[in-house]
Write a protein that binds this ligand. Structure first.
Ligand code: ACO
Length: 436
């Protein structure tokens, strides 16, 4: 059990002539929750909740989202405050270790990050054997799970290794793996991490410097990347995080659990949406579709087209991360000399049209974090198929913190939901020759 929990009056359920009481409690922001763990034992009935729309799977001290008001807090700090005043690694430290680092903690965290930034030389062979068109998310997931064989010391949170070593190893190596997978895809030699560069500058340098090309990290691009990673750092029980907790609940190690989260993130309804947004915008431009055409086809159910980067399970108002990302994207493009980038103009025109349209208004569909980030990444020179990988880099501290919280929470159990069986009830095996 985590943090502050207040017990309230219990709730009553009447079923089949019996009245059963269930405890109700609230968390530190007043969200009322009915504890239904005893329901099946007491009544024989299950709850049915596809997509876990109304099910809290844990208590957590990490992140608070108010989807109606558009509020996002990490350990009590607003996303606006963190985005304006913290680097990505400070937010990572906050999520994982529970506080913003002081100068001494920050220095030792940076030193550890530097120490762990290289990947084992033998891992380079893996990259060489991927086809050049391999999706970076496939490479990333395989590489992260492979870390468990190169660094097997962490068998859950054991005495054999300090947790901050494993945590920094993952945080630091993920950007090296990401940059190496890019270099492999363009057929250029790998660029090693440098002890002289900070987290985001190091990543940009590994991506874009080459023996035949001078590359100096643009501090504005570095700041923008820092900000985008901060915006992705955690988002309570989203699809990939729930997967990380689920895999971790079986006793699987951190690397295996994070790998599962990376795979869950890949889908276009989740983190893959940042890639899908750009593909959608490019297609609209290349086909010469009008803004109205796009909006109308996104509204037609039979078209199976959605306005990618719009809508969210929890936010029923403007995603606060999207607000920050939109401004940062506009500023970055201005700095890079593309203030009238056609994709940005199209994205803003689609947003304006959607927000005025009764379909989007009634369903409370607003831009989410993925809507503007891809445009900014594209302007930085990052290829479209790497956008979701950048989401994974940003979300990593959240996954780690959630995995740790889950494994330390005495109330957590092996994740094992139920189902309602609706299949055949009394079949009998026929000899093969008699089967239809
Ligand atoms: N464009 C058009 N219609 C939409 C959109 C959209 N982007 N999103 C939802 N709707 C409609 C649905 O068709 C549905 O209509 P109905 O009530 O007539 O059936 C209604 O809005 C509710 O949608 P659901 O899919 O039931 O809502 P849910 O909470 O399950 O989905 C989701 C949220 C998956 C994010 C959805 O809004 C979507 O597909 N968006 C586009 C993909 C995207 O941007 N994903 C990134 C989300 S943020 C993240 O994961 C980091």
């Amino acid at each position: 059990m985590n943090g502050q929990r207040k017990t309230l009056n219990s709730a009553e359920l009447r079923y089949n002539g019996h009245t059963i009481q269930f405890p109700v409690f609230e968390g530190s922001m007043g969200e009322k929750t009915m504890d239904i763990r005893a329901l099946r034992k007491e009544t024989g009935i299950l709850t049915y909740d596809p997509g876990l729309i109304n099910t809290g799977i844990c208590t957590s001290d990490l992140t608070y989202v108010d989807g109606e008001k558009g509020v996002l807090l990490h350990r009590g700090y607003s996303i606006e405050d963190l985005a304006a005043n913290c680097r990505f690694l400070e937010v990572a430290y906050l999520l994982i270790f529970g506080k913003l680092p002081n100068p001494v903690e920050q220095k030792s965290f940076s030193e550890l990050m530097n120490l762990h930034s290289m990947i084992h030389e033998d891992m380079q062979h893996f990259f060489r054997n991927y086809p050049e068109k391999a999706h970076p998310m496939a490479v990333l997931s395989a590489m992260v799970v492979s870390l468990s064989s190169f660094y097997p010391e962490l068998d859950r949170e054991s005495a054999t290794e300090r947790i901050d070593n494993t945590v920094t190893r993952l945080l630091s190596k993920i950007r090296t793996i990401a940059a190496f997978s890019y270099k492999k895809s363009v057929g250029e030699p790998f660029v090693y991490p440098s002890y002289k560069l900070r987290y985001c500058a190091n990543f940009l340098n590994m991506m874009f410097s080459s023996p035949v090309r001078d590359y100096t990290v643009d501090p504005v691009v570095e700041r923008a990347l820092n900000l985008f990673l901060v915006l992705h750092a955690d988002h309570e029980q989203n699809c990939s995080t729930t997967v990380v907790r689920t895999v971790g609940s079986s006793g699987a190690n951190l690397y295996a659990s994070i790998t599962a989260g990376i795979c869950a993130l890949w889908g276009p309804l989740h983190g893959g949406a940042n890639q899908a947004v750009i593909e959608m915008l490019e297609e609209v431009l290349s086909q010469g579709m009008s803004v109205r055409d796009v909006i109308e086809s996104a509204k037609r159910k039979e078209s199976k087209i959605r306005l990618m980067g719009f809508g969210h399970r929890v936010y029923k108002t403007y995603d606060p991360r999207a607000k920050i990302a939109k401004e940062a994207c506009k500023n970055l493009l201005e700095h890079l000399g593309h203030p009238d980038d056609p994709l940005l103009e199209l994205a803003m025109a689609l947003e304006e049209a959607a927000l005025k349209d009764p379909y989007f208004q009634e369903k409370h569909l607003y831009p989410n974090v993925d809507y503007y980030t891809g445009i900014a990444y594209r302007a930085m020179g990052i290829p479209t198929n790497m956008f979701t990988l950048l989401f994974a880099m940003g979300r990593l501290p959240g996954w780690i913190a959630q995995w740790l919280e889950n494994s330390r929470d005495g109330e957590q159990k092996l994740m094992r939901p139920r189902q309602v069986y609706t299949g055949e009830v009394a079949n009998r095996v026929l000899p093969i020759g008699e089967r239809a």
